[in-house]
Design a protein around this ligand. Sequence first.
Ligand code: NAI
Length: 630
Amino acid sequence: MENDKYFVIDFDSTFTKVEALDILAEISLEGHPEKEDRIRQIKEITDRGMDGSLSVKESLLKRLQLLEARREHLDELVSRLKNHVSESFKRNKEFIPNFRDNIFIVSNGFRDFIEPVVTPYGIRPDHIHANSFVFDEEGRIVGCDPECLLTENNGKANQLRKLEITGDVYVIGDGYTDYEIKAAGMANSFYAFTENVSRTNVIEKADHVTPNLDEFLFLHNMVRAHSYPKHRIKILLLENIHPQAEKLLKEEGYSVEVHAGGLDEDELCERIKDVSVIGIRSKTNITEKVIAHANRLMVVGAFCIGTNQIDLEACSKKGIAVFNAPYSNTRSVVEMAIGEIILLMRNIPDKSVKMHAGDWDKSAKGSFEVRGKKLGIIGYGNIGSQLSVLAENMGMNVFYYDAIEKLALGNATKCSSLDELLQTVDIISLHVDGRKSNENMISDREFNLMKEGVVFLNLSRGHVVDIPALKKAIESGKVRGAGIDVFPEEPKTNEDPFASELLGLPNTILTPHIGGSTLEAQENIASFVPNKIIDYINTGSTTNSVNFPNLQLPRLENAHRLIHVHLNTPGILASINNILANHNINITGQYLKTNEIIGYVITDIDKKYSEDVIKDLKSIKNTIKFRVLY
Ligand code: NAI
């Protein structure tokens, strides 16, 4: 412990989240006819005292008068304050006991409530310097100790002078009176503490702004709860990502910046330099050039399904993990498929067009229920299998075919080949992925195998259906209705025109790739991706990462976690373990996974080790990124 460092900490709005006298007012004025007005006045006076526009004594006495508080209110006050200790003080439990002899609470508040709140955290009672209430015979609070230095202007500075500390003094507080200690030459630096309140005139005077205790401990390289203060992690969200994402990431403590539109490559190269996480949708291209400028980037969050807009290889080579939201819009696609199946079975697209042209054509001809019909699902993945469940609930007989073995849900029947499925069913819905080999997997031959008058849907990927073959099948009546949401070539923006051979065909629903586009899906994406990001930053877990080897990791308990990303070359694990063995370090858990480009090694070790280990691990050849987590 460095004994020549001393820490002076303010109480109200620093050690606790609140101003104690505001809380006392809530208690003492309970049921008082002027309660609201008095509380407002007390808050105003507090702020004026804090920003220096009212003398300390005046501020105190005026508030005490308005409070009409009594001794018996104090127990309730203390119990409420205990629930309002600032999160970063609660989190960093070791700080106070570690520096017990060097920490002082200096406050313009009152010992009567400060002592019971701070001593359980390890503060020495004789290191609390604060005012004391004066009570009358009936227990009413009528004033404060006239002898106390802290009732006077510049009281905190004078109190420090009296303590005659020799050594470096650091003041942490949210108010102007905390700054006055430094101004009087009684402290080396003043840290404006902004976790609970942020006052411009105090920040202007501060040597440093510390958004919480974590930052202070980080700057002083002291033992702390988080290896890296979360607010230092800067996140940039582009392209109107749903506000839920910003909310979740801010709640986690990150600094989040939101930019409504996209950014072009040059703008992005500039903006990405100090960003740790970037959130994009489909229009922002994360190119190799952008990655080259990304000095701090750890994660790309794709708030969408596809990741074609991201150079995944460049990301991997720089140790940047990419996450997307592959399942968040599953339900939306399924609902649209169900809706289209019903509409097409009733010829509604044509009937609607006729009605708009003033043509009333009431008949049951060619209209069918879906109940009892055979639905064939090609691709029994997330979407296909969910469609299976919903369709069955409507009384359909479900058949499916998948390239790999998939368990049948409900009463669905598995087909052993695509051809078998095509020959069996009345309605076909495609839900395969977009792999290259699926190009034109439904073409003339496949349409010929289908029953006469099938309903055909493609809400998966445009290139899997041969469009001229589909056109022919619709025109010949082989396909009596089609729902097509995806196309081999799709316009890049809403301003670009759409062209297709399918335009104007009978009983054909064409939609602009909106199967998954619902507000619910957007909201799901905006929760799913941030949770992946938070998990990756906090634990190193890469479940569902698009480009990193997928590792699901346990939470860290009483250990430090070394996260090592390297180019996938032989011998790295051995090098890591050699270094740890040479330094006599006990490994409590180790996880390794590789893909073609990178290897990902997680090693949990005992908390005690020297900084040299970290240096050695970082210098292993082919290391891309290394971080320590605790
Ligand atoms: P998934 O990856 O969970 O399922 C795809 C399934 O297709 C897998 O089980 C796979 O084994 C199977 N498969 C691939 N090729 C096959 C083949 N030739 N024959 C038989 N089975 C084959 O994907 P998910 O999430 O269910 O999505 C399905 C499709 O829907 C994807 O192409 C996706 O891009 C698309 N999609 C479209 C949306 C829209 O807005 N229209 C929104 C979301 C997804």
